[in-house]
Design a protein around this ligand. Structure first.
Ligand code: ADP
Ligand code: MG
Length: 317
């Protein structure tokens, strides 16, 4: 049976020298780091089995997602991620599970130059809480509150894919592109950094586009009009879901970890250039208005949005 210290040593204290600003990493009572110039952004988010991911989700995906949800929060602030701590609660110490979890976590950490500098290992229900610190410099970070009526609204990637993937999990293998978008979301860190100085407001899409854009507009003191026809499309979704279901998934489906952001319409070309440089597809889906709430338009007509309440997938889940 693996003890707590074996777990830490074998699976988590594996990254010595990952960043030169880590003076002292895992192994003492606290980590010591050298902060960069300017301001820091700090986020913490956890995922719990049977709440944020189904029982039986591959351990590699759990490790990936535990870090991804935090990288996405920092991306929405335009921050550059630096250091993570991990509080991991496990019902039992399964070596294969731990090795896969760590592989998923560190693969994403290395891709974003993040060092794991400490944590806690506990026995309890399966959950992983990650705290992540990033740099935002002295320029203004992105926030939810800078949007103004008339600004264009953009979203990255294909919102709705992760929710579709969650519904297909168990039926489709891990290789299916939709299940992959649920298991291995790609946080838009490069895009978030690139949007500093051009986006007026930003939020990451974790609870569905309607809910998260609603938070951005509430913080910005305005409303938004969304054109359902403009929502990003994908063949993978179109092959399996009706137009109405795709709209429902895009607006309500969580777990996408895409960025929804606003900018004056005059910056649209600059946004396109920056998104291309960051390797991310960005779609203009509407604009901010001075009327509170979200208005949806479909082929030019105002429609009652298929938001919340009724789940079109009740039978299929
Ligand atoms: P303490 O009892 O002093 O809090 P611990 O025994 O909990 O220390 O942890 C020992 C060292 O291992 C510390 O540096 C801690 O940050 C690190 N650590 C514990 N669990 C994890 C984990 N899951 N991931 C990364 N580091 C961890
Ligand atoms: Mg101690």
């Amino acid at each position: 049976m693996l003890g707590e210290f074996d777990i830490i040593r074998r699976f988590f204290d594996v990254d010595d020298g990952a960043r030169s600003d880590v003076v002292l990493g895992i192994g003492d009572d606290a980590a010591i780091v050298t902060p960069p110039e300017g301001n820091l952004a700090v986020a913490i988010d956890g995922i719990i089995e049977a709440v944020h991911f189904p029982a039986g989700t591959p351990a590699r995906a759990v490790g990936h997602r535990a870090l991804a949800v935090n990288l996405s929060d920092l991306a929405a602030m335009g921050a550059r991620p630096l250091w993570a701590t991990l509080a991991l609660s496990l019902p039992l110490a399964d070596e294969t599970w731990l090795a896969d979890f760590a592989a998923g976590f560190f693969e994403l950490a290395r891709a974003h130059d993040v060092a794991l500098i400490g944590g806690d290992t506990l026995r309890g229900p399966l959950q992983a809480v990650v705290q992540l610190t990033g740099a935002v410099g002295t320029e203004e970070a992105l926030t939810r509150h800078g949007g103004r009526p008339g600004d264009a609204v953009f979203v990255s990637g294909i919102v709705g894919s992760a929710a579709a993937g969650l519904r297909l999990l168990g039926r489709e293998g891990e290789g299916d592109p939709l299940t992959r978008s649920f298991l291995y979301p790609q946080p838009r860190v490069a895009l978030g950094e690139a949007l500093r100085g051009v986006a007026s407001a930003a939020i990451d899409v974790s609870d569905g586009l309607a809910a998260d854009l609603g938070r951005l507009t509430a913080a910005s003191g305005c409303g938004a009009r969304i054109d359902l026809d403009a929502l990003p499309a994908s063949d993978h979704l179109a092959r399996r879901f009706s137009r109405e279901e795709r709209h429902y998934l895009a607006l309500n489906g969580g777990d996408d970890y895409e960025l929804c952001f606003t900018a004056p319409a005059s910056r649209a070309t600059s946004i396109d250039d920056r998104a291309r440089a960051a390797g991310v597809v960005v779609t203009r889906i509407g604009e901010l208005t001075d009327v509170e709430g979200l208005e949806m338009r479909d082929r030019g007509r105002v429609v009652t949005p298929p938001v919340g309440g009724y789940d079109h997938f009740q039978d299929g889940q």
